[in-house]
Ligand binder design. Structure first.
Ligand code: ZN
Length: 705
């Protein structure tokens, strides 16, 4: 135990076991018969895990003092502002470098790691996802001598297999690894889809007997399937199959390693899903109306998605008071700053003399949590980080009929007029980009009202109730983007100039150039302020001076690296496509690309500097490069021959070339059914391997046309 704590402290400069004195009755972790296990892999799970710990300590009854093991991934990057003050045994996660990065892979390795740590003494290890919580004593999970696991079937069929359906590639491999006869798999019934399916269990909450080593074997088999490229290609074609692979593997393993008598099925109150409760999907005889009857509650993100969720249950005091406080807690970033993430992050900052709203777009409706927290009344001021619609929505609600300052940088006016001018263009582009339906065409051009009442050029200061809100214009994602600095709270609001992902230095939705060097400047400016709280326009806050500094520097360096590589390439005579292929993030960079993409950004920077002409004289004219396609298809033997070649390319994995050939065939024979079908297949293949939301939306949009 001691060495465990030391490792944790060395790695993470974090509190490891905290507040021990306050819990004098706590059982020593190395002797306890019952332990909880969970994990943290990012700021979201960190916040949720803290709430999970609170719920156990508050409602756990005779198990309220049991040790709670939390395996933390990337302890050098994930601050523990909430969990660090809780009473939990924190261990740095040891995961396979490849399989640990796969969807929910960190969870599997966390379970294996905690199992190894407690195998000698614990009779029950209750695995619980960090976004679950307890509302009653979890004694129903305790395993007696003859039981190996206590569990529930899955809630929905999902990637499960209805009885009678042939066994697919996904499951046959899992059965083969477990030495199971696919023809003799027992049947379970999901909670929500009352349809018999082959044995498939939920692992959001599940009790294991650690001495059996099930979780360690789970991690071994999971890693094997993750690293098997042929299996991934053939059996995990989409997000869902990848997301639930861990659960499918565990189902096969449990079936192999335990007898029916060693498995105990849990009642619905020991794993009650808020999602399906809110959706009205739980069968009447299983539905729980009185929240006091729920012991283990699958909350996930549904508190945030439906802030008035409590109205759907009967909840007695004091549970209701606790939940109300807990819900406020998940929205509280630090003292005085509250956050709600809708279409953007909205922040309500409380001062001694009233509330200030920063970017109301994420709390734009009267159903919003922040709106009820503010007492359903207008605030003292509204401040905007920039003029994107998703951030400036909701001004009317938060302003009411009061004359309050609505502060924005003055470039917002031209930005809004630019969007108005191109409303017909963006109507379709916005829809394709986000997957939302195309907005109806207005009869007459509409001018969006300028709702800001105070427009500044370089900077602006607003003071209220002892807090200072300094607006500093930087540019970046939009020409008006400004950071907001509250020195008393050491909090920097960066709008969309900082994401968990590389920025959209070019967005396929269509944009004027977004200057990489403006982002760099904005990040430099933020670094100079030495913030302790970093609040972004989308995604989780970063808390802790060192963590903020590391993230800001890493982000700045990534953008500057890409920018400089484009400039070098341009000066070296390289064309834009070569640079799109060649330029990557700096070695070791941990910035993701699920939002902005480096390759799009490379082209955005290149063409931002050089404009559209690529230096090829053939492109000086009013015909596109594809003008010769139809002619070439005819010379190549016609659309059928080209289609055959496209099919071959698709099979060999070159979906992009297949797409180009299918489009060429369509240029020669518009409407050709085979070419159309091929085109859709190629788009789907590109989509299956995409990890970028905007790219997927555009591929879907193209397939629908
Ligand atoms: Zn935004």
């Amino acid at each position: 135990m001691r060495s465990l704590v030391r490792t944790a402290c060395l790695v993470g400069m974090l509190a490891c076991i905290v507040a021990r004195d306050a819990h004098a009755a706590r059982k020593a972790p190395d002797r306890a018969a019952f332990v909880f296990a969970t994990y943290v892999e990012d700021a979201y799970s960190e916040r949720k895990a803290a709430l999970l710990v609170d719920s156990i300590r508050r409602f756990g009854g005779s198990l309220a003092n049991a040790p709670i093991y939390v395996a933390v991934k990337d302890m050098d990057r994930v601050p523990l502002p909430n969990l660090g003050t809780r009473d939990a045994v924190i261990v740095p996660l040891e995961a396979d470098p490849v399989a640990g990065e796969y969807l929910l892979g960190a969870k599997v390795f966390a379970a294996a790691q905690v199992e190894r740590l407690v195998a000698k003494h614990a009779r029950t290890m209750l695995w619980v996802d960090p976004w679950d919580m307890f509302l009653g004593p979890p004694t129903g999970f305790e395993l007696d001598r003859g039981t190996a696991v206590a569990l529930r079937p899955v809630q929905v069929v999902n990637v499960g297999q209805p009885v009678g359906q042939p066994v697919d590639a996904y499951w046959s491999r899992i059965y083969r690894d477990a030495g199971l006869d696919p023809a003799r798999i027992p049947v379970v019934e999901p909670l929500v889809d009352p349809q018999p399916i082959r044995f498939y269990v939920n692992c959001g909450i599940i009790a294991f007997r650690p001495s059996l080593g099930l979780c360690q074997e789970w991690a071994r088999r999971f890693a094997e399937l993750v690293k098997d490229d042929a299996y991934q290609k053939a059996a995990c074609p989409d997000f869902r199959h990848r997301l639930f692979l861990h659960q499918a593997v565990l189902s096969g393993l449990i079936l192999q390693r335990t007898t029916p008598g060693q498995r105990r099925w849990l009642p619905v109150g020991l794993g009650y899903p808020l999602e399906f409760h809110l959706g009205g999907k739980i069968p009447a005889d299983k539905r729980i109306e009185d929240l006091g009857r729920v012991v283990a509650f699958f909350v996930e993100q549904y508190w945030e998605l439906q802030p008035d969720w409590m109205t759907t249950f009967r909840i007695d005091e004091p549970l209701k008071a606790w939940l109300t406080e807990a819900q406020m807690g998940i929205h509280r970033v630090v003292d005085r700053i509250y956050r709600e993430e809708g279409q953007c992050n909205s922040y309500l900052v409380r001062t001694a003399e009233g509330d200030v709203m920063i970017d109301p777009g994420g709390a734009a409706s009267p159903a919003s949590y922040l709106w009820s927290l503010a007492g359903r009344k207008p605030v003292a001021a509204i401040l905007l980080t920039h003029g994107h619609e998703d951030h400036r929505d909701g001004i009317a609600l938060w302003k009411g009929d009061r004359h309050i300052p609505v502060v924005a940088q003055r470039e917002i006016v031209e930005y809004i007029r630019y969007r108005d001018r191109l409303a017909g263009f963006f109507r379709v582009r916005d829809a394709a980009h986000t997957g939302a339906p195309v907005r109806p065409k207005p009869e007459v051009p509409v001018e969006w009202p300028i709702e800001a009442t105070e427009l500044f050029a370089d900077d602006h200061t607003y003071r209220l109730g002892g807090l200072t809100f300094q607006h500093v214009h930087t540019g970046g994602e939009t020409p008006d983007t400004s950071l907001i600095w509250v020195p008393e709270l050491k909090a920097a609001f960066l709008g969309d100039n900082f994401y968990d992902s590389f920025p959209m230095l070019y967005t396929p939705r269509g944009t004027k150039p977004r200057w990489a060097l403006d982002y760099v400047k904005a990040l430099e400016r933020a670094l100079e302020l030495e913030p302790e709280v970093l609040l972004q326009g989308h995604g989780e806050p970063v808390i802790g001076k060192e963590f903020v500094k590391v993230r800001l520097m890493e982000y700045r360096d990534a953008i500057r690296h890409v920018h400089d590589a484009v400039v070098d390439g341009m000066n070296g005579g390289k064309d834009v496509f070569t640079l799109m292929r060649e330029i990557t993030l700096p070695p070791g960079s941990r910035v993701g690309q699920f939002y902005g993409r480096v390759s799009w950004s490379v082209r955005g920077i290149y063409e931002g500097y050089a404009g559209w002409f690529d230096g090829n004289a053939a492109n000086l004219y009013d015909r596109p490069p594809t003008v010769a396609d139809a002619e070439l298809v005819r010379l190549a033997g016609g659309p059928e021959a080209v289609g055959r070649r496209a099919g071959k390319l698709l099979e060999s994995g070159d979906a992009l070339m297949a797409l180009r050939l299918a489009e060429a065939a369509l240029a020669a024979a518009p409407g050709d059914a085979d070419a159309k079908a091929l085109r859709v297949e190629a788009l789907k293949a590109l989509r299956a391997r995409s990890r970028n939301g905007a790219e997927r939306s555009w591929l879907d949009f193209a397939a629908k046309q």
